[in-house]
Ligand binder design. Structure first.
Ligand code: HEM
Ligand SMILES: [Cu+2]
Length: 546
């Protein structure tokens, strides 16, 4: 078995080992290695994006701070948001998706392995272009991750940094689109013989719906970016009011992409949480068909709500009513999911492992974030909260408390599968409590700051907001400590020898019956020694003595 697990390095067998291993990774088409490279990429970018958050919070630690020039503050703020969404959250979810989707459906690899490698490698020039834009004359893009026109037009932001931002997102978008095609085809065509759609694990369902969202939403972003680019460089007038264009067109296009984008980063997270909660409650997920329908419903209704980001732009009353109503409708399928999770753990034999702590923390923080969303979805309320720190608090609860916490759950949950080693449960408890309390503190306080009237995207503030801002910064320090501790543990664990773990190191698969725990840890090339058969994923409840 051990021999079988070693990757065959036939082509480079006479090269020195480190070189052979390096070339093997750089040229691989194995979905597991590509998945791990996505994860490493997002980890590196998380360090960059996290450092930028540190710069932002240092600047805001006291009012009238001169640490960052106002222009630089805007550049860092813009890149922080862009990097966290496109280069941290999406690649990390794509990493787990790449690694797990083929395994969970009993396939040897993705449908198009070379296209898969291409999707990953596109992110390298994309990320470099984004980071390099900080060093060009005029500086990086500074109009926020939403880059509203006219602010982002040539007239107000002449720096080539904006054009680099656009090209970078074009490349990242192409990467996502090609990846989405791969996920869709893989899910539809590569399932082990006999696996029905309604037998696929929820993580696979979540990624399938996410891929369809990517396929529809990202091209709209790419189109809008191209229009912005030609406005800036070729003299077109899509967004120029003086020439008959309309700056609001940018906002419509951006949010037609932007709202589905928030589901692109939350649906796979939902999938992760469903696996972890069921595993450590020692139960099957409650209401599987309802969960699938809820994921699909969120994917569809998510397209009807984009203008809730534009309530204050002078929409008609009818639009205000409709977009408010549809936005609140999203709370229904979301509620179905939360109740299913609660019913899953209800009466279960709960093991408080580190991934389980993160999964439970996810529920708490995501509910808080979602409730803020329901406030904002009410157009009348949004008129006074729009563009305040309330919005920043809301979306950080759902991003940091939702997506990032789910990613941490996934890291602890599947680390033994991917590397043959457990991360430390003792340190994991620390990582959890530091991160959970940091997120809870920073972003709760931001809601209060918003209600008190502190606007978002400003490099300074009135002195009466000082102590609340310092609480936010303190919350950042807690999150930073959690991150450093996790990094330390990952490196320390990877330097240790493999632990020779069984296929099901957590001891959960008797109930879960998912194929990730039916193959060795880590899995061999092409994942399974034999094509999986239905008895490996079909759950037959044992007869209970009455
Ligand atoms: C019940 C579910 C949700 C509702 C009703 C909701 C509603 C809203 C509304 C109305 C806004 C606009 C506020 C304003 O600009 O004045 C907003 C902003 C935002 N929401 Fe949500 N939201 C929900 C869930 C989520 C989720 C799950 C995510 C991400 C994982 C998310 C991410 C964001 C982001 C990033 C923004 C700010 C965009 C920006 O201006 O930069 N939301 N939300
Ligand atoms: Cu939205």
């Amino acid at each position: 078995m051990a021999q079988y697990i070693e990757q065959p390095l036939t082509l480079y067998s006479r090269w020195p080992k480190p070189l052979a291993v390096l070339v093997d990774w750089l040229t691989t088409t194995d979905h597991k290695k590509i998945g791990i490279m996505y994860l490493l990429y997002s980890l590196l970018m998380a360090i960059v994006g996290g450092a930028m958050a540190g710069m932002i919070r240092s600047q805001l630690a006291v009012p009238d701070n001169t640490l960052l020039r106002p222009e630089l503050y805007n550049e860092i703020l813009t890149l922080h948001g862009t990097i966290m969404i496109f280069f941290v959250a999406m690649p990390a979810l794509a990493g787990f998706g790449n690694y797990l989707v083929p395994i969970l459906i009993g396939a040897r690899d993705m449908a198009f392995p070379r296209l898969n490698a291409f999707s990953f490698w596109l992110l390298v020039p994309s990320g470099l272009l984004m980071l390099a834009s900080l060093f060009v004359e005029g500086g990086a893009a500074a109009a926020g991750w939403t880059s509203y026109t006219p602010l982002a037009s040539k007239q107000y932001m002449a720096t080539p940094g904006v054009d680099m931002w656009i090209f970078s997102l074009h490349l990242a978008g192409l990467s996502s689109i090609l990846g989405a095609v791969n996920f869709i085809v893989t899910t539809l065509n590569m399932r082990a013989p006999g696996m029905r759609l309604m037998e696929m694990p929820l993580f696979v369902w979540a990624w399938f719906v996410t891929a369809t969202l990517i396929l529809v939403a990202i091209p709209v972003l790419s189109g809008a970016l191209t229009m912005l680019l030609t406005d800036r460089l070729l003299g077109t007038n899509f967004f120029k009011i003086s020439e008959g264009g309309d700056p609001l067109l940018w906002q419509h296009l951006f949010w037609f992409f932007g709202h589905p984008e928030v589901y692109i980063v939350i649906l796979p997270s939902f999938g992760i949480i469903s696996h972890v909660l069921a595993a450590f409650a020692h139960k099957r997920i409650f209401g599987y068909p309802g969960m699938v329908i809820a994921i699909a419903a969120i994917g569809i209704v998510g397209y009807l709500v984009w203008a809730h980001h534009m309530f204050t732009t002078g929409l008609s009353t009818l639009s205000l009513i409709l977009f408010s109503a549809f936005s609140m409708v999203i709370a229904i399928p979301t509620g179905v999911k939360v109740w299913s999770w609660l019913a899953t753990i209800w009466g279960g034999t709960i093991r408080f492992t580190t991934p389980m702590k993160f999964a439970l923390g996810f529920i708490a923080l995501f509910i808080l974030g979602g409730m803020g969303g329901i406030f904002l979805a009410n157009a009348a309320v949004d008129f006074s909260l729009h563009d305040t720190y309330f919005v920043v608090g809301h979306f950080h609860y759902v991003f940091a408390g939702g997506t990032v916490v789910a990613l941490l759950a996934a890291t602890y949950f599947w680390f033994p599968k991917m590397t043959g080693r457990f991360l430390s449960e003792k340190l994991g408890t620390w990582v959890f409590w530091l991160f959970f309390s940091g997120v809870l503190l920073s972003f709760l306080v931001m809601h209060f700051l918003g209600i008190l009237g502190m606007p978002r995207r400003v490099y300074t503030y009135r002195p009466e907001f000082t102590s609340l801002n310092q609480l936010v910064t303190a919350g950042y320090v807690l999150q930073l400590l959690a991150g450093l501790l996790l990094l330390f543990d990952i490196f320390r664990t990877l330097l240790k020898p493999k632990q020779d773990l069984p296929p099901d190191p957590w001891g959960i698969n008797e109930v879960q019956k998912t194929l990730d725990w039916a193959t060795s840890s880590p899995p061999p090339p092409y994942n399974f020694e034999r094509t999986p058969t239905p008895d490996q994923w079909r759950y037959e409840p044992k007869e209970q003595a009455a």
